[in-house]
Every structure is written in structure tokens, then in C-alpha cells.
Design a protein around this ligand. Sequence first.
Ligand SMILES: C[S@@+](CC[C@H](N)C(=O)[O-])C[C@H]1O[C@@H](n2cnc3c(N)ncnc32)[C@H](O)[C@@H]1O
Length: 182
Amino acid sequence: MSIMNVKKDGNGDEYYTPKYVVEILLPYLRLNNNIKTIWCPCDKEESEFVKVLIDNGYKVIFSHIDNGQDFLTYEPKEQYDAIITNPPFSIKNGIVKRCIELGKIWVLLLSATCIQSASLVKILSKAKNFQYIIFDKRISYSGDRPPFPSWYFTSNLLTKNEFYIYKEDPRLLYNKWLKDKI
Ligand SMILES: C[S@@+](CC[C@H](N)C(=O)[O-])C[C@H]1O[C@@H](n2cnc3c(N)ncnc32)[C@H](O)[C@@H]1O
């Protein structure tokens, strides 16, 4: 999907991650030399997770429901070291449960508000070495300020919670990214 067609549906399943948000993750990934191959399970070739991770030397496997690869049941045959994506919000419990079951390092960009869900907290309580990367401002997915904050939810990646303090307004960062793409 072209970035010009960013679709925001009612359930938050079709928010596409801007490049600058994936780049924020890179220094944390570089701390772990064992991460060589990354599976992006809710992503197509044009996903910024796929593009930025490849550009930074990672081998990337990507899959998407539109290609018959449902993350809740599908797993690539190739070996991989970590799962990284911005998943569909409407099935967040199933997504987190699946990540935990697969037993790898995982990083999910999720609405911080989902921590208010008792059922999700119950699932998260089973995650190993669970930490957040917390943003001081809301990620701008389409040039505006969305109604929810998003954080990176991570397992087996960090040793403590990390904070990302923006030096620029995320809406400006989004618009710069958009300009570069046109
Ligand atoms: C919030 S969007 C983010 C897309 C991309 N990961 C990104 O960050 O730009 C989540 C994507 O997951 C797809 N999706 C929905 N259900 C899925 C499933 N069960 N397995 C894999 N992908 C799914 C949606 O169609 C949507 O494109």
C-alpha cells in the first residue's frame, strides 16, 4: 500500500509505521549480536520495518494475511532470531500469545492503552524479560496526533525499560518522511 493511501480503519488494524519509528529501534537491536534474521509477520515488501531492517544489514522474512499467511497459525520454514512488527490491534491478545509461544525475541508496536486490558496483562505476565520502549510523544501515523500513544513492547531484547524523547515534533518527522517518499 502506498503511503499516500494510509488507511485508518475503526479498529486500528491498518496504521502503517513511518520510517523514523523503525529507525528508533535500531540502536536497541544492535545491542544483541545474535539477531541476524528478523521475521516481520504482518508486513509486506513496502513495510518500513522490512525496508529499514534490510537497509541496516538484517536478513528479513516478511509475511502478511493478504498472502494467506495468518500470523496466528503460520510460521516461516526458515530459521529466524526475532519477530518485529506493528500488528493488527483488534487481535492483539492472540498476537502477543503467539509471540510468547514461539519463544523468540519479539518487539511489537502497540497502543500503550492496551495495558489497561486485564486479559492482555494476564498474557503478558507469561512473557520473558518484558520491557517497553516508551515514547514521550505520540507516534504520528498520518501527519496528525492520534488519539492513542504507541510504545514498543519487547521481550528478551532489553534489560530495562527505555525512554525515547523526541527532539522534533513527530508530525514534522512524519511529513519529512512523506516528502522523501514522493
Ligand atoms: C497496524 S498494520 C501495520 C502494517 C505494518 N506492520 C506496518 O507496521 O506498517 C497491521 C497489518 O497486519 C495485517 N494483518 C491483520 N491480521 C493479520 C494476521 N492474522 N496475520 C498477519 N497479518 C495480519 C493487516 O492487514 C495490516 O496490514
